[in-house]
Design a protein around this ligand. Structure first.
Ligand SMILES: Nc1ncnc2c1ncn2[C@@H]1O[C@H](COP(=O)(O)OP(=O)(O)OP(=O)(O)O)[C@@H](O)[C@H]1O
Length: 292
């Protein structure tokens, strides 16, 4: 079990990036959802012991990592949001170099593990190509492969799907699902779809604070019966109790997604609540269950 307890992170310029964060992670895929600047990378770097919290504790296997960061580091795989690869070195050679840095000393086992990871990430056929020539999707799969060297028990993946096309995103989803069975995997994203596809449990982070945390389905189920789809023209006639969560286009038609405990206008259609609705409630400062 890996947990953050009342963690604050205040940078040297006074920016409060994390505010009294409590979060507990167990085996399986856990999603961390938040907009740009919410504090996702700050939380992940703190969990990965790359930076110290300003106050509060990071606990792994009942031990405070401030006293013993190696306890986690030797069992950790980390995919940072931005990572670079050397020029003029093949994908295979680079993985081997990183494996040696990670302490995989036995050559036979090292090569065996690299072959398995190349297979898992669909990179076997490209192993001899320079990683610096890879497409964005291939680079992210390479990033996953390097994070998995040494068979870590904890994986921290900072926005692994950002910038990927839909096919590559689904490809990566499949791989992340495969690798999450017997380890803790924390995945950060601002893409609600990633969480809905992959994560049985998740948290919403906004302005450095955890706004919601738990079983993903249970985060949005309380909204069922209060989410409506309305034509955009009805916006000016919405009653005071209704709050617009989002304005979107669907096949060229302008639509509103509205939070309201009762039917707000006669042509409003009741729709099933989703994680995105819960996320938008927080972005619009609507307290879930609030009587408007
Ligand atoms: N080293 C730093 N010094 C000062 N401020 C920082 C530093 N790192 C991050 N911040 C600030 O802390 C806040 C949270 O940043 P962070 O990168 O953790 O958010 P994020 O959710 O990962 O954002 P994004 O999705 O855009 O990557 C931002 O306002 C950011 O500008």
């Amino acid at each position: 079990m890996l947990s953050l307890q009342q963690v604050n992170k205040i940078y040297a310029d006074g920016k409060v990036a994390l505010n009294a964060v409590d979060l507990t992670l167990q085996n399986g895929l856990y999603g961390l959802l938040g907009p740009n600047g919410a504090g996702k990378s700050s939380l992940m770097r703190t969990l990965a012991t790359i930076q110290l919290p300003s106050s509060g504790k990071v606990i792994y296997q009942q031990q405070d990592l401030a006293d013993n960061p190696l306890l986690l580091r030797k069992e950790l795989g980390y995919l940072p949001q931005h990572f670079g690869v050397y020029n003029h070195i093949s994908c295979h050679a680079l993985l081997e170099h990183l494996a040696i840095l990670k302490g995989l000393e036995n050559k036979k086992q090292r090569l065996q593990q690299i072959d398995q990871l190349l297979e898992l990430t669909n990179l076997s056929r490209d192993a001899k190509r320079n990683a610096s020539d890879f497409s964005g999707g291939m680079l992210q799969r390479f990033g996953l492969a390097q994070a998995l060297l040494g068979q870590p028990k904890v994986l921290i993946l900072d926005e692994p799907t950002s910038g990927l096309d839909p096919a590559e995103r689904l490809n990566l989803h499949q791989i992340m699902d495969d690798i999450s069975q017997s380890r803790i995997v924390l995945l950060s994203t601002h893409i609600v779809d990633d969480i809905e596809h992959l994560c049985a449990r998740s948290a919403i982070l906004l302005d450095g604070e955890i706004k919601a945390d738990g079983v993903t389905r249970e985060l949005f189920e309380p909204l069922n019966g209060s989410i409506w789809q309305c034509p955009a023209q009805s916006e000016s006639t919405l009653p005071a109790g209704a709050k617009v969560l989002s304005r979107a286009l669907r096949y060229g038609e302008r639509l509103l997604r509205v939070y309201c405990p009762f039917q707000p206008v006669t042509d409003a259609i009741s729709v099933s609540a989703s994680l995105q609705d819960r996320y938008f409630c927080h972005l619009n400062h609507i307290a879930v269950g609030e009587t408007l």
